[in-house]
Design a binder for this molecule. Sequence first.
Ligand SMILES: Nc1ncnc2c1ncn2[C@@H]1O[C@H](COP(=O)(O)OP(=O)(O)OP(=O)(O)O)[C@@H](O)[C@H]1O
Ligand SMILES: [Mg+2]
Length: 510
Amino acid sequence: MTGAPVDGTLAVELRNVDKAFYGVKANEDVDFQLRRGEVHALLGENGAGKSTLCSILAGLYRADAGEMEVEGVPTTFKSPKDALAAGIGMVYQHFRLVPNLTVAENLALGHPKLGLRVDQKQLHAEAVELGESYGLPVDPAARVWQLSVGEQQRVEILKLLYREVKVLILDEPTAVLTPQEGQQLFKTMRQMAGEGRSVIFVSHKLHEVKQVSDRVTVLRGGKTVGGVDTADAEPRDLARMMVGRDLELPTREQQESLGEVVLTVNNLNVQSDRGLDAVNGASFEIRAGEVVGIAGVSGNGQRELAYGLVGLRTPTSGQVILDGEDVTSADVLTHVKKGFAYVPQSRLGMGLAPGLTTEDNLALKAFRDPPYSRGRRLVASAFKDRGSDLIDRYDIRGVQPGLPIRLLSGGNLQKALIAREVELVPKVLIARSPTRGLDVGATEAVRNLVLAERARGTGVLLISEDLDELLALSDRLLVLYEGEIVGRMAAEEATAERLGLLMAGQKETA
Ligand SMILES: Nc1ncnc2c1ncn2[C@@H]1O[C@H](COP(=O)(O)OP(=O)(O)OP(=O)(O)O)[C@@H](O)[C@H]1O
Ligand SMILES: [Mg+2]
């Protein structure tokens, strides 16, 4: 998509910007020019400094050094409020809406021109109209907690449009969307650019950048590598600019023969936190050396399915049979012992212990057995040895001995988590969105780890919202919609289009 009326005048310019956190240079001597009427993509590996740069523009962080000009006028922001007043707003990676308020109330919240008494009727009408005119339909009366992630994102964007921002910053907006929602968002972005606004678009997905942006700025290690017109840059070139080397994302190779069935799931029902059936009659099998992908928009039962399988939640009915043994009601520890490994979605919440060192985290699940414990004592040297061995073999970078694991970048956290899990030599590996938010280099590494498990004969259940990933790694695909498996297909029959429609609840006619 090109042909926006880019008039060339600068909306925002940053020069020689530095920003450090506790001595870590997140941005160093960064130059950035944003033109009016353009979609400008910001690319870089995990930790390259993209969110930091965006947060400086949005007034959340203050630069340690450097200058900023907004429409040619030297400016400093003390808070996001200042930035909004200057017409710059940001949709963060983690949303900031108030869940208990309605969509309309969230739009009005903190609006400088609205007092305490707001005409609800008018507000609702405005919300609907604004939503429709930008292809972001919302129900103004719905409470935010009731909305899907995609809908919440629409509200975040509308909130900024309602404040008539001239610069809209979207930090990895497509990470939480279906392909169709993503395409709609791209239309909205182009529309905004067409009106002379500017959009900053952060993404790790090169084909998205290629599709929607006019120009690209690449950051590496906190510094600007350069800016290019999107039309002049092939995805391959952009990847090279980001990581400083050539890379190719791994995809699975055709299977020669499949092994025995290692996991059988029969008519499984698992409840949500609120006691509703979140997984409804799910049945499927996984064979040794097979990757079965579960596609679906987040919130359609993925979490409960994973919990039900690994013993974090006891299914209300149905069966989970691991290698011939019924483990439906067994506890987590038994699941681990019998051969389940689990890579959860939130790496620092449930996967890793944020405050422990990397070495200790790597030993966490093995610690009950020798050589890590003798009698009731833990053996520190054994922890250390295992740690440094795994750090080496799995190429976990940035480890500082003695410091907590939470300081690692997203990609390295994920490598640590997978290393720990696959070292248990599982029969079945359940991985939820293992490369979500990871850059191309880290994604390559994690995908290779998953494919290595497949080659070793592990049955893999890959639960993901990332269709590119599902298509690249899965032998078979299932689609989960409102707790039910609504589609099944071999990888060869699957396309993003077909999966996307099923994910949106559209039934296939035979
Ligand atoms: N609030 C903070 N406190 C301490 N360190 C931070 C903070 N925010 C960012 N950093 C560090 O600054 C560097 C740049 O981080 P930033 O979040 O800007 O990267 P990013 O390019 O957005 O990465 P990602 O693709 O993972 O979102 C990283 O090393 C990060 O650990
Ligand atoms: Mg970021």
